[in-house]
Ligand binder design. Structure first.
Ligand code: HSE
Length: 433
C-alpha cells in the first residue's frame, strides 16, 4: 500500500474551501485515481479564528504559510489566494522549500509566470495551473498536452464567468448591471476586486496564459488591447438582438503573418453560434489547430466547485507524477520564451456602431459620409422614431460590411469629434461564425 500524500492548502476562500470539501468528501474516489490516499494535512488562512462552513480534518488551521512550507510531511501545496502579494512571496517560499505547487491564481502567473516557472525548474518542482483559466474546463491540458501535435492557429473564447453572467442576466431579464454584479459576488464567481472581471483584466490575464501555452511566446498581459463590459447597456443588447446577435466579452488570439492579433473586448456574436449560446457563468473556448481543425470547449468557468474540480485534478496529476513530466518535458512554459510580436494585424471584421445623434436634417448624411470617406461600407441602419423635440438625441445603429479596425477607429474618432453627435459612440466587432 502506498503511503498517503499530505497536501497543504493556502487560502480557504471560495475555491480553497471547495478544494478541502472535495478532497475530504471524495477521498475514496480520488484515491482510486491517484493510486494513494490524499490527505489535507493543514490549511493556512488569514484569520484562523473565523468560523467556517468547511472543516479542515483535525482542525489543523494556521495563520502562517511557513507552517506548510516548512512541514517536511507535506509534499504538495495548493496556493489558492488571489492577487500578486503575498501570493508571489508564498509561491516562492513553497518552491524554495521543495513543494510542488498547484494554483488557480492567473494574475500571479500572467504577471510573474516566467520567473516562477524558472524557479520551479531549478528546484526540480512543478507548478500546475489548470484552474487558473476557464474554471472547470480542462483547457490548459487540452492545449498543452492533448493538442500538442497541432500548430494552434487561433483561440477565441469567453474567459470570464462574471461578465458573461452579467450580460446574460441583463439580456434575458432586463436586470440592472449593478444588481447582477452584486449577485455574481454573492455566488462566488467574481474576484475579490470585481472591477478586474468587468474591465477585462481577468480575461486578458487568462488569454496571456493560453497564448503562452498555444503559441510558445510570452505575452505581457498589459500590452493586450482590452475593453470591459462597463459600457454595455440594455439598449445595446436590445439593438444587437434586433440584428440577430448577442453581446459577449470575447478574448481572441490568432496567428497572422508572424504576428499575434490579440484583444479582449465585447463583441457581437451571432445567435445560434456556440459563443452566443454560452450563458450565465459558463465559459467557452474555440480553438483551431492545423491538424485537428476547430474544437469547442464549454463548461462552468467560475464558482467554487468547478474551480475546485480543476485544482483537485491538478493535485492528482502532481501526486501521480504526470504534472512533473509535463512540466519538465514541455518547452512551452520556458522562462526564455520569445516575446510575442502582438498587434500590427488589421484583419477585417464587420462592426456594429451605436452613435447618439442629434435628430435634425442632414445628420445621417454626415455620418454615412464620414464612413464613406474612410472606405467603410454600410450593411444596415436602425433608427427608431423616438421623440419629436427639436433638440432630441436619438441612437443611430449601423452595421458595417467588413473593414479594418484602424479604418473604423479613425472614422469613429471623426464622427465623435463632429457637432452632430452627443457623447462617445460604441464600436464593437461582429463575429459571424
Ligand atoms: N472571477 C473569475 C470569473 C473566476 O468570473 O471568471 C475565476 O477565474
Amino acid at each position: 500500500m502506498n503511503e498517503p500524500v499530505r497536501v497543504g492548502v493556502v487560502g480557504m476562500g471560495t475555491v480553497g474551501s471547495g478544494v478541502v470539501r472535495l478532497l475530504v468528501e471524495s477521498a475514496d474516489h480520488i484515491e482510486r485515481h491517484a493510486g494513494r490516499r490524499i490527505v489535507v494535512e493543514k490549511a493556512v488562512v488569514k484569520d484562523p479564528s473565523k468560523a467556517r462552513d468547511v472543516q479542515v480534518p483535525g482542525g489543523r488551521i494556521s495563520g502562517d504559510f511557513r507552517d506548510i512550507s516548512r512541514d517536511p510531511s507535506i509534499s504538495v501545496a495548493a496556493l489558492l489566494v488571489g492577487g500578486l502579494e503575498p501570493a508571489r512571496t508564498i509561491m516562492v517560499d513553497l518552491l524554495e522549500h521543495g513543494k510542488d505547487v498547484v494554483t488557480a491564481n492567473k494574475a500571479l502567473l500572467a504577471e510573474h509566470g516566467p520567473e516562477l516557472f524558472e524557479l520551479a525548474r531549478r528546484k526540480g518542482r512543478s507548478i500546475a495551473f489548470e484552474a487558473a483559466v476557464a474554471g472547470g474546463i480542462p483547457i490548459v491540458a487540452a492545449i498543452g498536452e492533448c493538442l500538442a501535435a497541432n500548430r494552434i492557429e487561433s483561440i477565441r473564447g469567453i474567459l470570464n464567468g462574471t461578465s458573461n453572467f452579467i450580460l446574460t442576466r441583463m439580456e434575458e431579464d432586463g436586470a440592472d448591471y449593478a444588481d447582477v454584479l452584486a449577485l455574481a459576488q454573492q455566488k462566488g464567481f467574481a474576484e475579490a476586486d470585481p472591477s478586474m472581471d468587468v474591465d477585462g483584466t481577468d480575461a486578458t490575464q487568462k488569454l496571456a496564459i493560453l497564448a503562452h501555452l498555444a503559441f510558445g511566446v510570452w505575452v505581457p498581459w498589459a500590452e493586450i488591447p482590452r475593453m470591459g463590459i462597463e459600457g454595455i447597456d440594455l439598449d445595446l443588447l436590445t439593438y444587437a438582438a434586433e440584428l440577430g446577435y448577442r453581446i459577449r466579452l470575447i478574448a481572441v488570439a490568432s496567428r497572422s503573418e508572424g504576428r499575434l492579433a490579440m484583444r479582449v473586448a465585447p463583441a457581437l456574436v451571432k445567435i445560434g453560434t456556440p459563443l452566443a449560446e454560452t450563458r450565465g457563468a459558463y465559459n467557452a473556448v474555440s480553438i483551431v489547430g492545423d491538424a485537428v481543425g476547430r474544437m469547442f470547449f464549454h463548461g462552468l468557468g467560475a464558482g467554487q466547485m468547478p474551480t475546485a474540480s480543476a485544482v483537485v485534478a491538478d493535485i492528482i496529476d502532481t501526486v501521480v507524477g504526470r504534472a512533473a513530466i509535463t512540466f519538465r518535458t514541455t518547452g512551452v512554459l520556458d522562462a526564455d520564451s520569445p516575446a510575442a510580436k502582438i498587434g500590427g494585424v488589421d484583419a477585417p471584421d464587420r462592426h456594429f456602431l451605436r452613435i447618439r445623434v442629434k435628430d435634425r436634417p442632414g445628420v445621417l448624411a454626415r455620418i454615412t459620409g464620414i464612413l464613406g470617406d474612410h472606405g467603410i461600407s454600410i450593411a444596415s441602419v436602425i433608427q427608431h422614431d423616438a421623440s419629436s423635440a427639436s433638440d432630441a438625441v436619438v441612437p443611430l445603429v449601423i452595421m458595417t460590411h467588413a473593414c479594418g479596425s484602424s479604418a473604423i477607429q479613425r472614422a469613429v474618432a471623426t464622427i465623435d469629434a463632429s457637432d452632430v453627435v452627443s457623447g462617445r459612440s460604441v464600436c464593437l466587432s461582429v463575429l459571424d461564425d
